[in-house]
Design a protein around this ligand. Sequence first.
Ligand code: PEP
Ligand code: MN
Length: 338
Amino acid sequence: MLVVMEKGAGAEQIEKVIQVIEARGMTARPIPGGDRVSIGILNNKGPVDQALFQGLPGVKEAIPVTRPYKLVSREVQPEDTLIQVGGVCIGNGHLTLIAGPCAVESENQAMTIAEKVKAAGAHIFRGGAFKPRTSPYSFQGLGEEGLKILAKVRERFDMPIVTEVMDTDTFALVERYTDILQIGTRNMQNYSLLKRAGQSKRPVLLKRGMSATIEEWFMAAEYIMSEGNPNIMLCERGVRTFVRHSRNTLDLSAVPVILRESHLPVIIDPSHAAGYRDQVIPLSRASVAVGAHGLMVEVHHAPEEALSDGAQSLLPEQFAELSHWADAVHALVKPDVA
Ligand code: PEP
Ligand code: MN
């Protein structure tokens, strides 16, 4: 249920609605909108009686929410979410480019790549310090040393950073250093991690589980949002299919569905979808054309020496080409997207 207030509803009228909700053991979640406040009802055991709210002063209407996800749905919030972090806007018609290596390997490596991607138009720098690797014998990331390097990149190049947080043990540490918390595909349904991210003040980039439906993905975002963190971007990074020509299959059809069903920004990661660098630029063009709000791309100045994901990492000059294409396609489709 969503209680929509009149445009000029006052604080005491909103408070009264909250009291009615909480007196019945449910949770009230006020959602400030463009020109009016709505109040979402959570933790209801069964249908909520609309009549409870209809006569209250300042209430415009009470609408049943038909989807299992509530706070992330457009039914509850018709306007696009706009996330602002370190002077960068994400969502609501903006096109945001996130670029950097798969893993932070050294200060020199991170600085070299950051300088080049910044010059090419990247807004946010990415790099893993805690890496979820398939093999326990592969490079696991530099840990806190990697986070310190990322903080230096932010300072030197004035770019917000995004890095993965893998577990609740290291959450506070990662949260201290990063601007945006990445939750990876392998952790999309790690509910204790999602709840912890919901208690954070940092925006969250939530990757789609490698075999997750869109509904499961929305429910994962709902875990974060229901704990109080509204700043979530959804990141499509390819799903597991039978094909062998790419590492995963980029599900571009997810984008119009997300744009219809949710107000959250959607970012595409063509690098992990493709697995091979020659597919990354064409997939990026298509992602912007279909209406994505941004791209997250792996870039390395010496990909043959990369400690992870070298085969899918673009050279800096290829990222510059991608950035040019992304802007050109966005200018073409923006009137439809915004
Ligand atoms: C990454 O972004 O480096 C990463 C590990 O991504 P994913 O969780 O999508 O595999
Ligand atoms: Mn990677």
